[in-house]
Write a protein that binds this ligand. Structure first.
Ligand code: NAD
Ligand code: DAU
Length: 378
């Protein structure tokens, strides 16, 4: 295995921490540099198990800080960048769109410029280099829900879920026109365009992938699944937006990390791959599965927490349905989800219940002290 020096941005976040863990453990000859600003959702406690690995380094930096990012790229002689750092929560983007333009658009541009300057200064230029940008299915906009009761999904995978529904006949393809609706998705769409522009204009080797909703351990408890698990545990209301009819396509986070590994190593430069779970669920049905699972694992009577469901005002501009067609990735690179949703949810609920301290240190704010303890002032 060739030695490589790879920056993973946003490695202290939810998906980034799984990608860092996978790469650090699987590729001992690679040097993995986790570049993260440690915003409210960056948590080094997500990486306790790999923080002292010899092939892992942490660099605290803001991707918007061109000088800092340039220095880190030079310092480690970086030949690959896997870019996950972002503001990622749609509700926050509705309250503060500026922060999303700053990090997701300007931050991505600053990282691209820094990589360009360094790689173009080398004798070999862009040879053996890759800028891999992690994006979202939300850039494609929303799909119609033509079958509110759900039809048999046209897709099959080895891990096809027992629940195998599609709520419409259309799916997002790599060729689907961008049509973002929220400030979050608009900022991600813009960053995707910049990445592709750097390939088309300067010849930088780039790849973009667009993934559906992830779930699993270490997700910040502002997102639907960890928030609701924690609320059920504490018998707090479960704020379901609108009527809970919106549909999302859910993928276990480790399956996303595996896809990133496959695409980083074998993906076609300048190409785009959709990554999805073949696994559509209405929010309200997810909430019922969570209630059932948490109640069972806590030894509560069946249905004990159903009274916590509280319908609240809908999210502004709430996209109705996302559904990814990721058969290109299945066909060309042989990747598909490995885990059935029922098993993934069981694992996820167990993880949050077994790791109450991880959640409690976030809700109390104590996790913010971890960096100081490890590295000095935050
Ligand atoms: P997250 O919010 O859990 O983590 C984001 C990380 O980025 C944090 O560690 C944070 O500290 C860091 N960060 C934020 N601003 C930064 C800056 N200016 N400089 C350096 N670091 C900064 O996010 P996530 O859910 O893990 O998502 C990771 C990426 O994957 C994002 O680009 C997101 O758009 C994309 N994505 C997420 C999902 C999902 O379901 N969570 C699905 C598809 C795509
Ligand atoms: O589709 C990929 C995207 O998935 C990623 O790009 C985003 O970074 C990620 O945050 C996620 O976006 P969503 O908006 O789909 O995720 P969230 O967990 O915030 O919400 C999931 C669904 O649940 C959505 O329809 C809104 C609804 N919801 C969410 C929360 C937090 C509720 O009904 N109540 C809630 O309290």
């Amino acid at each position: 295995m060739a030695k490589r020096s790879i920056i993973i941005t946003g490695g202290a976040g939810f998906i980034g921490s799984h990608v860092v863990r996978l790469f650090v453990n699987k590729y001992p000859d690679y040097h993995i540099i986790n570049l993260d600003k440690l915003t409210y959702c960056g948590n080094l406690e997500n990486l306790k198990d790999v923080e002292s690995a010899p092939n892992y380094s942490f660099e605290r930096a803001d991707i918007c800080d061109f000088e800092a990012v340039s220095a880190i790229i030079r310092k480690y002689n970086v030949d690959g960048i896997i870019h996950l750092a972002a503001e990622s929560h749609v509700d926050r983007s509705i309250r503060d769109p500026f922060a999303f333009a700053m990090t997701n658009v300007m931050g991505t541009l600053s990282l691209l410029q820094a990589a360009k300057a360094y790689w173009e200064s080398l004798p070999e230029g862009y040879d053996g280099k890759l800028f891999y940008h992690i994006s979202t299915d939300e850039v494609y906009g929303a799909l119609e829900m033509t079958d509110p009761e759900g039809i048999e999904s046209p897709f099959t995978t080895a891990a096809s879920s027992q629940h195998h529904h599609a709520y419409g006949s259309e799916f997002f393809l790599e060729t689907t026109k961008y049509n973002p609706h929220s400030p979050y998705s608009a900022s991600k769409a813009s960053s995707d365009h910049f990445v592709r522009a750097f390939h088309d204009t300067y010849g930088m080797p780039t790849i973009v992938t667009n993934c559906s909703n992830n779930y699993g351990p270490y997700q910040f408890p502002e997102k639907l699944i960890p928030l609701f698990i924690n609320n059920i545990r504490h018998r707090k209301p479960l704020p379901v937006y609108g009527r809970g009819e919106n549909v999302r396509d859910w993928l276990y986070v480790e399956d996303h990390a595996r896809a990133i590994d496959v695409i980083f190593h074998r993906g076609k430069v300048a190409d785009t791959y959709n990554i999805g779970g073949f696994n559509e669920w209405k929010n309200i049905d997810i909430v019922k599965v969570l209630i059932k699972t948490v109640d069972r694992l806590l030894g509560n009577p069946e249905g004990a927490s159903l009274d916590l469901i509280t319908y609240v005002t809908d999210r502004k501009g709430h996209d109705l349905r996302y559904a990814i067609d990721s058969r290109k990735l299945q066909r060309e690179l042989g990747w598909e989800p490995s885990l059935q949703f029922e098993e993934g949810i069981e694992r996820t609920v167990r993880w949050y219940l077994d790791n109450e301290e991880w959640v409690d240190r976030i809700t109390s704010g104590d996790y913010l002290k971890y960096y100081e303890e490890m590295y000095g002032n935050r």
